[in-house]
Write a protein that binds this ligand. Structure first.
Ligand code: PMP
Length: 400
């Protein structure tokens, strides 16, 4: 009965790793997937995460009962404080509802399903370009996706005027997806002044912000700095949605830990919204898993562990920043033609190199370097050992 099923293409991002795994060359480097690697090229489990897990295992009073539909209460409370700030008036006013979801993706999907059911305007504007999963998540949730200009290939920076013009032309009430920091795939973020102008425009038109916060702390090494965009939109008293992920900043990728928060007008609205979020979640997966959220709650609750986390988080962010500098310096030393300063200017895990699909395929073929065809490289996959090899490949690709 399934013989007619057509084979689907590999996911464009995860497919890079599939191709990498098949390559037998010792030279091969995987710069496709957005997961942190150590200088030795190994996945990293943070010490503080290992310690939290030990504590959880040793605590024999812990059982494996179901969590509530909305997840672990402690986790939700601490997650909201992490993104909005512990002193946030919105939290003190109890006008935010937070539910534990399956990492960033699940949080986006639950938020989108809620909007499709309970919000009049079904159009969501997403940046051009954006993370490849965004259009699929929103479309399948029942929203209709449109793009706003974001990236200017000429400057390899923000097309700020294009962004403002497109949002100004959006219908009143439309939803707007914003990357809270470390825009994926471009690494290009608005400045604080630009965020303020975006905020004013969106509020004046009644556009609804939906933040995707997948890299808090991972961009700058500072959790508060990376949450500033979100906090500006909460400080003005207006509504917004935020999808949080602990995949990158706590290295909990496969544990699938995240949260969706919806900041509402007041406490009454927020409790009604929460009651409807439960109706979205219950028939989908009933309730979220307990282990990852318990790790996060353990760390966020304990001042010492929290401080340890921030040190380990900053070390990851700093290593990525240092990879940017090393790659830039090596290309300067090679005399690679062109302006490559965007490598050190862009923020977060990725560099949007500006290499085209043909150059990328050349680098994969000749240098066994794996990356997405849009020219995005994960800086977290690089090390001092592999930087010269990448610089050689990029030099060869642009001077061919
Ligand atoms: N949003 C963005 C912008 C991302 O880059 C990612 C991870 N690549 C996610 C959301 C979701 O990640 P996860 O579901 O693993 O938390």
């Amino acid at each position: 009965v399934f013989a007619h099923v057509v084979r689907a293409p590999e996911d464009p991002i995860l497919g890079v790793t599939v191709a990498y795994n098949k390559d037998t060359s010792p030279m091969k480097v995987n710069l496709g997937v957005g997961a942190y690697r150590t200088e030795e090229g190994k996945p990293l489990v943070l010490n503080v995460v290992r310690r939290a897990e030990q504590m959880l295992v040793n605590d024999t009073s812990r059982v494996k009962e179901y969590l509530p539909i909305t997840g672990l209460a402690d986790f939700n409370k601490r997650s909201a404080e992490l993104i909005f700030g512990a002193e946030s008036p919105a939290l003190q006013e109890n006008r935010v509802t937070t539910v534990q979801c399956l990492s960033g993706t699940g949080s986006l999907r639950i938020g989108a399903e809620f909007l499709a059911r309970h919000y009049d305007e079904h159009t969501i504007y997403i940046p051009q370009p954006t993370w490849g999963n965004h259009p699929k998540v929103f479309t399948l949730a029942g929203l209709s996706v449109k793009y706003y200009r974001y990236y200017d290939p000429a400057t390899r920076g923000l097309d700020f005027q294009g962004l403002l013009d497109d949002l100004a032309a959006a219908p009143a009430g439309a939803i707007v997806l914003l990357h809270a920091c470390a825009h994926n795939p471009t690494g290009v973020d608005p400045t604080i002044d630009q965020w303020e102008k975006i905020r004013q425009l969106m509020r004046s038109k009644g556009l609804l912000p939906f933040f995707d916060s997948a890299y808090q702390g991972f961009a700058s090494g500072n959790l508060d700095a990376d949450a500033q965009s979100v906090r500006m939109f909460v400080a003005d008293g207006g509504e917004c949605l935020v999808a949080q992920s602990y995949a990158k900043n706590m290295g909990l990728y496969g544990e699938r830990v995240g949260a969706l928060s919806i900041a509402c007008k007041d406490r009454d609205v927020s409790s009604k919204v929460e009651s409807q979020l439960k109706l979205v979640i219950r028939p989908m997966y009933s309730n979220p898993p307990i282990h990852g959220a318990s790790i996060v709650a353990t760390i966020l609750k304990d001042r010492k562990m929290y401080d340890e986390w921030t040190v380990e988080l900053k070390a990851m962010a700093d290593r990525i920043i240092s990879m940017r500098q090393q790659l830039f310096d090596t290309m300067q030393a090679r005399g690679t033609p062109g302006d490559w300063s965007h490598i050190i200017k862009q923020i977060g895990m990725f560099t949007f190199t500006g290499l085209n699909a043909e150059q990328v395929s050349f680098m994969t073929r000749e240098y066994h370097i794996y990356m997405t065809s849009d020219g995005r490289i994960s800086m977290a996959g690089l090390s001092s050992r592999t930087v010269p090899h990448l610089a050689d490949a990029m030099h060869a690709a642009v001077t061919r």
